[in-house]
Design a protein around this ligand. Sequence first.
Ligand SMILES: Cc1ncc(COP(=O)(O)O)c(C=O)c1O
Length: 427
Amino acid sequence: MNLFDRDKKFIWHPFTQMKVADAPIHIESGRGAMLFGSDGKSYIDAISSWWVNIHGHANAYIASAIAEQATKLEQVIFAGFTHSPAINLAERLVNLLGSPFSKVFFSDNGSTCVEVAVKMALQYWYNQGVTEKTILIAFENAYHGDTFGAMSVSGKSTFNKPFQKHLFEVVHIPLPTDENLDQVVAQLRDVGKEQNVAAFIFEPLIQGAAGMLMYKPAHLNKLIAVAKENSILCIADEVMTGFGRTGKIFAIDYLEEKPDIICLSKGITGGFMPLGVTVCTETIFQAFYSDEKQKAFFHGHSYTANPLACAAANASLDLLIKDNCQHQIQLIAASHATFALRIRNHKSVKNIRQQGTVLAFDIDTQEDTSYFNSISKEMYTYFISKGVLLRPLGNVVYIMPPYCITQQELEAVYVVIEDFLATLKFR
Ligand SMILES: Cc1ncc(COP(=O)(O)O)c(C=O)c1O
């Protein structure tokens, strides 16, 4: 059997209708922004492989940090034991996030760090005897992951429809705009008045999976302030926006009002190892800090704070805070802005938007904007045939490259998009 037959026989791929899926592309190696297939073809990874590879592929510095750690300590139970890679990482994250963040809780992916945040918020109230605060508020169209808590706080969608009956109670509010801000604030105030809301969870500045929907920091500031006035904890899900994506290290760096809990994953290890962290304030932590054993946070995964993952994260942070990486982030943002001007007047391009290294626009089709818009597959296939990995979300095209991408590679991505837009003219 060849590789594809063996893949088809034994593997069930994520987010894939296996019956109609094309054979997956077999990748043998990567370097920087490039992926190299076993058939000799190469691809520019313009989406950082599901938004994780902030420093590109096979980064030698991160690889050697993992290798070095692997010969010392690959894993140790994290209850009753600790290790330096985790201590160093926690200290660095708390310092980087700044006030009011104080404690780091480790898990192993984006969904689990959200799950932890939601449980932390609910138990925060429970531990203090406030049993009525059980409801959560989230944005419509949110995506916070695929586990049950994460699905509950996500918007209702085809992804989670089969499980709706099993999801807990969440009030969804619209994403704020200049037009609806007053109504959204009023809605949050109304829900908050009931005094039964435990927490408000949001993806700050960009709703990723919803189609790179962007909203203003000033609007989020306002909503966080209203939540706080009503004793509602605020959870920022920075799984996608963290580690430089939005132009600053964290999206919350654009806010004056700070959340109580922040979720980080994806770019945290530069795409080398699965890792999630949930960082909270001292106030949250103190609600669990007690002589009563049952007030402890009874949550933990086997691979909690895996030393290899922590070593990768420390190495990734070393690279991220270097001047040349910060410069690259600004350069990508500037290039995106120039490219946006190039295509903004194309008749099929709508709602072009940018936040830092993320550029997105809608292709105007006669269909609704949705993940299942039929143009998605057509665009994906076209881009792949031209050696560019872009994975449109329905009719939304977005670019989210590794920060190490060269200007030449970025220009090649832009040209492929322009070429695709040119094909639309003739329909
Ligand atoms: C904002 C946000 N939260 C959570 C998740 C879930 O992360 P993971 O896929 O690692 O479970 C994602 C994934 O795309 C995300 O974008």
